[in-house]
Write a protein that binds this ligand. Structure first.
Ligand SMILES: Nc1ncnc2c1ncn2[C@@H]1O[C@H](COP(=O)(O)OP(=O)(O)OP(=O)(O)O)[C@@H](O)[C@H]1O
Ligand SMILES: [Mg+2]
Length: 327
């Protein structure tokens, strides 16, 4: 995958959305459906949940995939530069504008423009963006020439945009234009069954990067990870696994190596650690048995026997909990 913020030329290897929970399966389906359309998408979710990954996946699965994907962090733009960055300018439009310069919309022609932190756009930039979404044309700053734009917009925010509208900080008409197809990315604590799967995925990546032989987590490490509330969501999990991989002495990551780092929420010693639910514990335990038996269900050394249930009971539980072997 390309580095965040980068402009991608040509086909990007499909971004991999890891996870087997029901909400992630639904998310994949939604992405697949909306990718075929040109609808404007608004990706909502807490920090680190994977909003940019979703935006990249929408582009990668769309007919626009061979064209550019351009990511712009609206929060990192000083308001005075935002307009010219987005819409471009003509020579002499303002002091320092020595040459004609296309904006992000024009450079993303035929492709997808990802407007990250869209809630941070200035009032003027909001008005211009609204016009583009309505009329599919733009004028560079300092120019009266109208250019048509064929760009699919995917916007994201971790703010409650509806509240920003109520507070008068975000234009209601733009909000409705962006909110054509909202996609809510759930926080990690609401899909705890994905934690071990994501942790293993990041461990394989980290091991390859570090050139270390690392073969998964101890059971207590997984329990520690599943019990954490993950205020920084998937990004926080990725960072912790990365750190654990660096610290690891043996080939398995132990609980002591993956103690979550202090997060802003945890500044009180008495912050209760969230216990995983019974369903999460059951899922995790079944997964452990399946991993240990190499997904053999029946027979003396199969997972059903290890767990002390019939093979048919185990199969029905697996269906109910959405457990299946990944390719
Ligand atoms: N389901 C997932 N599978 C694999 N990797 C994921 C998944 N979700 C998130 N990630 C990874 O976690 C990190 C954070 O994701 P991303 O940058 O998309 O989050 P975000 O919602 O845009 O965060 P922010 O609001 O802070 O900008 C990235 O490295 C991303 O690749
Ligand atoms: Mg982001």
């Amino acid at each position: 995958m390309a580095e965040p913020g980068g402009q991608v030329k040509g086909l990007d290897p499909s971004p991999l959305i890891v996870g087997e929970s029901a909400v992630i399966a639904e998310l994949r389906q939604t992405i697949d459906m909306v990718a075929r359309t040109n609808a404007t998408v608004l990706v909502l979710g807490e920090t680190g949940t994977g909003k940019e990954l979703v935006a990249r996946a929408i582009h990668a699965y769309s007919p626009r995939a061979p064209r550019p994907f351009s990511a712009l962090n609206c929060a990192a733009l000083p308001p005075t530069l935002a307009d010219s960055e987005l819409f471009g300018h003509d020579r002499g439009a303002f002091t320092g504008a020595h040459v004609d310069r296309p904006g992000r919309f024009e450079s993303a022609e035929g492709g997808t423009l990802f407007l990250d932190e869209v809630g941070e756009l200035s009032t003027e930039a909001q008005a211009k963006l609204l016009r583009i979404l309505q009329e599919r044309t733009l004028e560079r700053i300092g120019s009266t020439r109208s250019r048509s734009v064929d760009v699919r917009v995917v916007a994201a925010t971790n703010r409650n945009l509806a509240r920003s509208v109520a507070d008068g900080k975000f234009r209601a008409d733009l909000f409705y234009r962006l909110n054509v197809f909202p996609i809510q990315v759930p926080p990690l604590r609401k899909r705890a069954s994905d934690i071990p799967i994501l942790a293993n995925h990041f461990l394989v990546e980290a091991a390859a990067r570090l050139g270390k032989r690392l073969h998964g987590f101890t059971e207590s490490a997984l329990v520690t990870l599943v019990a954490h509330s993950w205020p920084g969501n998937v990004r926080e999990l990725r960072n912790i696994v990365e750190r654990a991989a660096i610290l690891a002495q043996g080939t398995r990551i132990g609980a002591e190596e993956c103690t979550p780092m202090l997060s802003p929420d945890d500044d009180h010693e008495d912050t209760p650690v969230r216990l995983c639910t019974l369903v999460e514990a059951e899922r995790l335990h079944i997964l452990r048995a399946l991993e240990r038996t190499r997904w053999v269900i029946e027979g003396a050394s199969g997972a059903a026997n290890v767990l002390g249930v019939n093979a048919s009971t185990l199969r029905s539980k697996m269906r109910k909990l959405g457990i299946s072997r990944r390719g």
